[in-house]
Design a protein around this ligand. Structure first.
Ligand code: C5P
Length: 285
């Protein structure tokens, strides 16, 4: 029996636009995504000789085929014809759930990366990312990590220059929002401000953190904020204590700030931690 170890990294959306509904019921999106150092740990025992199993240190996480990490292992074995002869997945969860941080997708991507490495890379990283699309829309990006433009449902990826050196503060309020419900709402609303992806891409090329921060834009942010004004409260704390830009990630409910130094990040955390136990400092990865 062999045990594999792999990190699963959360994602933030620097930009997120919803372009329209597709025939398959999903929506085409365009988003600049950033991987960050909030991580789950994945361990996989291979060759247990037992039926597959999955465990997690947090309650409320499905521990069967419904878990994206399990699905990822199935999809990998189907696509490559590999038979691990019994597999046990253990997840140590730190990425907040129902937050827009792609925690489940990150776990799935880590399983894909770990199995691919174990079998001497039968798939290139891009082929592995493409395979990830069968598991979930955010999985391809989570396979790739770094900074990337995602289009289609999230499966068409283009690597962008790395985010300039900075810190992120991520705060997950207690409430959670429903992703399908938000997509339904967006179909029925007129989108006001849409992201200028080109401006963010140019700022990434120039390594201009201020311009990246200035052009953060997520079309879900105003929709969620109108029903949950505490998003504005969190942003006002960010803004008062040194953030250069702040926004909700994905369909929420986590809200992030970009800050230039650890000291600013630490002060913000201090200001929020009494009301918000789920507040984190992280870096781009
Ligand atoms: O990808 P995820 O499992 O988070 O998606 C949850 C739901 O959000 C989907 O079942 C779909 O209703 C909606 N969705 C969508 N278009 C996308 C991603 C998600 O309509 N690109």
């Amino acid at each position: 029996m062999v045990t594999l170890f792999e990190g699963a990294f959360a994602k933030l959306n620097l930009t997120l636009d919803v372009l329209g509904k597709r025939e398959d019921g999903y929506h085409d999106i365009k988003s600049i995504m950033q991987a960050v150092s909030i991580r789950d740990d994945i361990e996989i025992d291979i060759g247990t000789g037992l039926p597959w199993s999955l465990s997690c240190d947090k309650e409320d996480v499905p521990t069967d085929q419904r878990n994206l990490a399990w699905k990822a292992a199935e999809v990998f074995c189907d696509a490559t014809g590999k038979d691990p002869d019994g597999l046990a997945i253990r997840i140590t969860k730190r990425i907040p759930m129902e937050a827009g941080l792609a925690g489940g997708s990150a776990d799935a991507a880590a399983v894909l990366r770990a199995l691919n490495k174990h079998y001497d890379s039968p798939l290139s990283i891009l082929a592995l990312a493409e395979l990830g699309a069968r598991v979930g829309s955010d999985v391809p990006f989570c396979v790739l990590c770094g900074t990337a433009m995602a289009e289609g449902r999230g499966e068409r990826l283009r690597k962008l220059p790395d985010m300039p050196d900075c810190f992120f503060v991520v705060c997950k309020p207690e409430f959670s929002s429903s992703t399908p419900e938000l997509y339904r709402q967006i179909d029925e609303s007129v989108i006001g401000k849409r992201p200028d992806h080109q401006a963010v891409e140019s700022a990434l090329i120039a390594g201009d953190l201020g311009k990246i921060a200035e052009n953060l834009c997520n079309v879900f942010d105003p929709l969620v904020t109108k029903d949950h004004l505490e998003i504005n409260y969190i942003k006002s704390i960010y803004n008062s204590y040194g953030s250069v830009g702040q926004q909700m990630t994905g369909s929420g409910s986590a809200v992030f700030a970009i800050v230039e130094s650890f000291e600013y990040a630490a002060v913000i955390c201090n200001m929020l931690k009494d009301n918000y136990p789920q507040v984190y400092i992280c870096k781009p990865v």
